[in-house]
Unconditional design. Structure first.
Length: 417
């Protein structure tokens, strides 16, 4: 009996490939390989802990990224939490990250008692501006967190150099950028530690899952302590924390093996997915290259996008007779292409970070006494470009003519002014 017939509200069903425009995407996210492996795992009772499939994924993922160590978690937030704990983020520390990212980039730091310091983004790439990061470093800065947002790769050389210069660890948030490159290295392997989301809408999915990668044994061991309680089959390098295993600090942020089974099969398809999405994006961007009012994302020298969690374009109303962004989006819909405006809010404008919050009660948290908060206007570059984004749906396996249809719709919307 349907939920509505029982008198209970119906629950929306999340469908990754739902697209409200023509032509459709022929991509099937989960195929026969994933289903078969999960079935076999269930019959083998591989339902918890560091099972053979979990260990196989961790090996193949660290080989893919190019790091010595990999640890799976229950989600990307847990991977970031483990990374923050791994580098020693704690009460009284500050963490620098862009305001334009998902809240889970900085949320784990709050729960460790650290205060967010939001920085500007490069308006051409939508990712961290290293020059603005340097202006915000203080003696309390404990981590710099570049986010490879929407698959756009950060300019990692100056960011890593800042970290080295000031003795500050760099945590890469790679949740949108699976398989992206920077000067011959995979994102996640460039800073001190990388964190990935394997959530159901990502290019590499476990349904819900996450992964941490690093070459640093101390970071890895601490990450194991904070979230891998009673995980047998965990190989800790060195002896420093052996006496605390397998219970660690008594928290479980472990991955679910069945989800990691799905991710293992999808990892083996990642290169093909990135090639297909990348070709589609490139074809659309080339088709609108002469439209003055729409700007594709800039790619830093030596960088290559990956994951392609979304497909942002930067709109310039002043180059289109002042047509506001909202009206341009409406014109796209009229032309047959329903675009979004980039659904992430700016974190510094959320009440939590704007006004502060007594996280641990009795004014003991990072957003309590002494927290000055944020106001609109504090990050003018970020605020401006965020208001001018246009997101056509990303297609993974577009049917013939899809890119041309996108180009026609975007051109019709732009040429109506």
């Amino acid at each position: 009996m349907a939920g509505s017939e029982r008198g209970t509200p119906e629950v929306p069903v999340f469908v990754q490939t739902a697209v409200e425009i023509m032509p459709e995407d022929a991509w099937q996210q989960v195929g026969e390989e994933e289903a078969r492996l999960v079935y076999e795992m269930a019959l083998r009772n591989e339902l918890s802990g560091g099972t053979p499939v979990v260990r196989q994924f961790e090996q193949e993922f660290r080989d893919t990224i190019g790091t010595r160590l990999c640890l799976t978690t229950c989600n990307g937030s847990a991977a970031l939490y483990s990374a923050y704990f791994g580098v020693g983020v704690g009460p009284g520390d500050e963490v620098i990250t862009p305001s334009y990212t998902w809240i889970c980039t900085i949320g784990p730091a709050l729960l460790l008692g650290a205060r967010p310091v939001f920085c500007e983004i490069d308006p051409r790439t939508l990712v961290m501006d290293p020059a603005d990061v340097e202006r915000r470093i203080t003696e309390r800065t404990r981590a710099i967190v570049p986010v490879h947002l929407w698959g756009s790769v950060c300019d990692m050389d100056p960011i890593v150099e800042l970290g080295r210069k000031h003795g500050i660890p760099v945590i890469e948030d790679c949740s949108h950028a699976h398989g992206a490159d920077y000067k011959g290295r995979k994102v996640g392997s460039i800073g001190d530690v990388g964190a990935f989301s394997l959530q159901g809408s990502k290019a590499l999915s476990a349904g819900e899952g996450g992964a941490l990668v690093t070459d640093d044994e101390e970071i890895f061991n601490r990450a194991c302590l904070i979230g891998q309680a009673n995980r047998w089959g965990l190989d800790l390098p060195g002896d420093r924390y052996q006496e605390l295993q397998p219970l660690g600090l008594g928290m479980k942020l472990r991955s679910h093996p069945l989800g990691i089974g799905v991710a293992l099969m999808q990892l083996r398809k990642l290169d093909a997915l990135n090639a297909s999405r990348g070709a589609f994006v490139a074809e659309v961007e080339a088709g609108i290259a002469d439209l003055d009012c729409l700007e594709p994302l800039h790619v830093y020298p030596g960088a290559k996008r990956g994951g392609y969690y979304a497909f942002p374009l930067i709109y310039h109303p002043e180059r289109n007779e002042g047509v506001p962004t909202a009206e341009f989006l409406a014109r796209c819909a009229e032309a047959g292409l329903k675009c979004g405006d980039g659904w992430y809010p700016l974190l510094h404008q959320l009440p939590l970070f704007r006004d502060g919050f007594d996280v641990f009660t009795r004014n003991r948290g990072p957003l309590g006494e002494g927290y000055r908060g944020y106001r609109t206007g504090d990050l003018p570059v970020t605020e401006d470009v965020r208001s001018r984004l246009v997101f056509p749906p990303i297609l993974t396996q577009p049917k013939p003519g899809a890119a041309e249809a996108y180009v026609r719709a975007l051109r019709r919307a732009a040429e109506r002014a």
